[in-house]
Design a protein around this ligand. Sequence first.
Ligand code: PRX
Length: 687
Amino acid sequence: MASAVRLFSQHSFVFRQKFSQCKKYALSSSCRSLHSGHSTYSGGLFTTPIPEFEDKADINSYHDLHRFSLENPREFWGTLAKSRLRWHEDFDNVMDCDMEQGKVGWFLNGKLNVAENCIDRHYERDPDRVALIWEKDEPNQHESVTYKQLYEMTNQLANTLRSHGVKKGDRVVLYLPVMPITVAAMMACARIGAVHNIVFAGFSAEALASRIQDADADTVITADQGVRGGKIIPLKSVVDAAVAKCPGVKRVFVTKRTGNKVPMGTLDIPLDKDMAAQPTECPSEIMDSEDYLFLLYTSGSTGKPKGVAHTQAGYLLYAALTQKFAFDYHPGDVFGCVADVGWITGHSYVVYGPLANGGTSVLFESIPTYPDPGRYWETVERLQINQFYGAPTAIRLLLKYDNHWVSKYDRSSLKTLGCVGEPLNHEAWEWYYNVVGEARCPIVDTWWQTETGGVCISPRPSAPGAPILPGMPMRPFFGIKPELMDTKGELLTTDDAEGALCLKTPWPGMARTIYGNHDRFIETYFKPYPGYFFSGDGAHRDGHGFYRITGRMDDVINVSGHRLGTAEIEDALDGHPDVAETAVVGYPHPIKGEGVYAYVILKEHVDKASEEIIRELRSAVKETIASYAVPEMMQITSGLPKTRSGKIMRRILRKVAANQSDDLGDITTLADPSVVEEIVKRHEEIV
Ligand code: PRX
């Protein structure tokens, strides 16, 4: 950090002077050359704003446009919604939002269809443009899908859904690998107005069943099997086990990924066969801006995962704008977001953002180390990827291998390197920047969440030029006003402050509700700091006003960029017949960012060996949630540190898990301080 700050301050004055000589919006070639090479650390704050606002005399920089977007949200978002989306009927009110009430509405009474926006308008102009490049799990195998092919596949799938009775407003659960038909299924739902709910295809049958039930879905789309890292994933049999617990499910469409034979039951419909018999045209449903587009379940600090609901126009506009500007995407670029479509990153930056912009998006089905740690960079070379967007956990994993796994592949196509999901630590930042990007590609560390729909804080919300500091997302996107709150709920007004990260102004991509539980939506996001959206994260704002994320402030842990509620894992463990009580915390993990640490108290008179119980508990978590939720560290103890009123002091459990037992702070308020001695001792035995 120190070296970056030094470089930043040394160069910023000189560069700002040089940039002030550049032409306002189109930087001259001499100025542009300053932006290449090592300019990531340097450069002025002179950046190209969004072209729709070029003619405004008082907008000359990112700062000007950012201020304009906050002061004139109706003009800012209304202009962009008109120019960037195709409408059947214009909206009559840009926004109707009240952050005190948690009420959010955008582009009211506008009518549109998201699939038309993502496919038809590009297909009409340029049917042979490549929409998707499917990088299959099998190394060296990719398949391209043009806008024409995607149009036809989507329409056939939409006709299939309709012919089986799926209609506007119905929830459709997708449990699918990363493959073109998954995108077609999302688009087919959008075309007929159904609400898709993708469940990451690594979740267990039980987790899938609870999401099907909560979304009250009667239709599931899956594949025979998935393949990841050369391993077969039995998708259909997981769906069978889940559907057995969901009497409301009326039909299960099954596409082929491996082609291996899987048992088909009375609810099952072979999707590919049915689609082949359908016409390639399908009239689209005209949707209201505020109709639901999709639900996506994510973990909270309490209770079951919540179905975050996003709507049509606002989400799409926000995904499109952030994909274009946060990553500096240009027509003809190949956008390589390697996230699974089952997470929000896949929704916004594999599918909706790139397709709304008429782009070419990579569907990455594999894992970073298959068949070897060069997989990403070999893919970059072969597909000529221009923007690469991945997760810090993968970067940390890959930097452990020899650099020749990177350098043996040509990465000259790369222009921007992005990351999301958890803090990108300095070692990982330096490696990503210097080794992968050859010190010429800006690193955009993007901060956002399932609930925000798209990137909210990112180093380059506008075109090239702005200096970038390692390890922080830095600058708010247009329309976003981050604020920090102290522990008393007071607004922190100075720079160099640290507190709860809230967003003051509404933006079109924000979630509208938690499906079936609007009260929980209000409680979680709007009650903690009235008048603000509370992210659940803490952040630090430095002397330049740049933001760095410090981590979750609630009982959510972040394992390899995946959110997990400690309560969810505790529930899974508590279900074991020999378990009396559990407490789960996160601890620093060198690759995953955070690992799961479970403290377990057994019932009296359990005579099974601890190892056996631990084995059973691990498989209970795997079966109830997913493999990535399985605690890596587990200790069986006779007690937990509790206050006299019976509240578990998680602070102490976190310190012990993080090997900081010599810094436990005040433990005198504990009902029984001797418990601490025991858990410290047991921890030392298991590390
Ligand atoms: O804690 C923050 C972390 O990931 C959380 C959101 O998780 P999810 O909804 O699953 O979405 C992940 C992909 C958008 C946040 O509350 N997070 C996300 N981006 C960053 C981050 N933490 C630090 N730095 C980031 N860039």
